[in-house]
Design a protein around this ligand. Structure first.
Ligand SMILES: *Cc1c(COP(=O)(O)O)cnc(C)c1O
Length: 405
């Protein structure tokens, strides 16, 4: 079969799953629409501000819209949260005090968070005397028995969960997985439940804050920004906790009273409005990549029947050159910088060399189609995003052709 036939037959087989994804997008679109209406969003909310940014209604209303969409009491959404890592760190530093303990129950956190948790002489949580422990995953699942045993014996201030797969060979946790784990933790501990929600937004009809998480954080150049947000991050959750975190975002007692933005806020609002649809495009893309690469003989995740919790497809290449060729092909089929040829490099925040294909309108945006991979055995590429399902199919076709030739 040629690549077009493979893609076409995979699409046929995925029809039922695609229709589930369409329904998720429909539900989320209505949720976002209602939040805009309930907050009377108008053109004036897009206006840029300067200086201290007192009474910046664009900023304040964006916080309210996010809080409603994520079913949370309050939210911080800001272009001054520079990335997902920064949003996650601001939240952790806002909530944890010296001698407190943070426990990750989804194993080792994502690469770029690690130096912030246990780095030496970097201003990490560890440098401030904040303790850290983790319960490794058991076959890609939360080891709830070990978590319970740990919580019975130890006082824990904050329980940390990472929803998406990071650079692990596992699926993302579904909302049901998170709900079960959170309920169990709740019976034994009054710890703050903190979820890294990167890549998880709008993959289901509810968010972790609606199944018991106290705080969630993520990036606006992934799902929630809908491909339009030019930068930024968000933190949503309980108002008492957001009140602490906002003092870390700016300064104690000033919190969100300040913070101007000289760009305009339209792209944050419009991006959120598009996010349910764009996320659905990316989910379909992840499933199609996964199925098509299985057809041509590679091991992939997710397997198409599985319920999704992030927008990523993992492809095990088992071969460094094939992996690099794949990433270069994704770059070449991107709208921006298609002439660039990505190479592995020592990227800040990552422990292995990584190769990243990202020919995106917003630099490094991974809700746009992108592929990245740490250069280590068994040479797994993580593909995500795509603003339109049409573009994703074109990229997929070219990748199959390149890898098979
Ligand atoms: C992308 C990601 C982050 C970090 O986000 P950046 O915006 O790249 O800093 C954190 N955790 C997970 C699981 C991610 O996928």
């Amino acid at each position: 079969m040629n690549s077009l036939d493979i893609i076409s037959s995979c699409k046929d087989e995925l029809r039922d799953v695609f229709s589930i994804i369409d329904n998720i997008a429909l539900s989320n679109q209505e949720k976002v629409l209602n939040a805009f209406k309930n907050n009377s969003i108008a053109l004036r909310h897009f206006a840029p501000t300067s200086g201290y940014g007192y009474d910046d209604i664009g900023r304040d209303s964006l916080n309210k819209v996010y809080a409603e969409v994520f079913g949370a009491e309050d939210a911080i959404v800001s272009p001054h949260l520079l990335s997902g890592t920064h949003a996650l760190c601001v939240g952790l530093f806002g909530l944890l005090m010296p001698k407190d303990k943070m426990l990750s129950i989804t194993g080792m956190p994502y690469d770029t968070i690690r130096p912030a948790i246990f780095g030496k002489d970097t201003g990490s949580l560890a440098d401030y005397g904040i303790n850290y422990d983790e319960i490794p995953l058991n076959n890609g699942q939360i080891d709830i028995d070990k978590v319970c045993t740990y919580l019975r014996k130890n006082k824990v201030k904050l329980v940390y969960l990472q929803r998406s797969r990071g650079y692990e060979w596992r699926n993302a946790f579904t909302i049901e997985d998170l709900k079960l784990a959170i309920e169990k933790v709740r019976t034994l501990s009054n710890a703050i439940i903190y979820v890294d929600n990167c890549y998880g937004e709008f993959t289901d009809t509810v968010e972790p804050t609606q199944v018991g998480a106290d705080i969630i954080a993520g990036s606006l150049i992934k799902n929630a920004g809908g491909g339009l947000a030019p930068t930024g991050g968000y933190i949503c959750g309980k108002s008492s906790l957001i009140a602490k975190i906002e003092n870390r975002l700016t300064t104690p007692n000033v919190g969100r009273e300040v913070g101007s933005y000289a760009g305009d806020y339209r792209l944050f609002y419009q991006g959120l409005f598009l996010a349910p649809h764009v996320t659905a495009q990316a989910l379909k893309g992840a499933l199609l990549f996964s199925k098509a690469f299985t057809e041509i003989g590679y091991e992939t995740l997710p397997r198409s029947c599985e319920k999704l919790g992030d927008i990523i497809c993992s492809i095990k290449f088992g071969d460094k050159d094939k992996l690099i060729k794949f990433c270069q092909c994704v770059q070449g089929a991107s709208p921006i910088d298609s002439f660039a040829i990505p190479e592995p490099w020592d990227m800040p925040g990552y422990s292995n060399q990584v190769i990243m294909a990202s020919g995106s309108f917003v630099q490094g945006s991974s809700i746009e189609i992108s592929a990245d991979a740490p250069i280590k055995e068994p040479f797994i590429a993580y593909v995500q995003g795509g603003l339109t399902f049409e573009h994703i199919q074109i990229v997929l076709k070219r990748c199959i052709d390149a890898i098979s030739s």
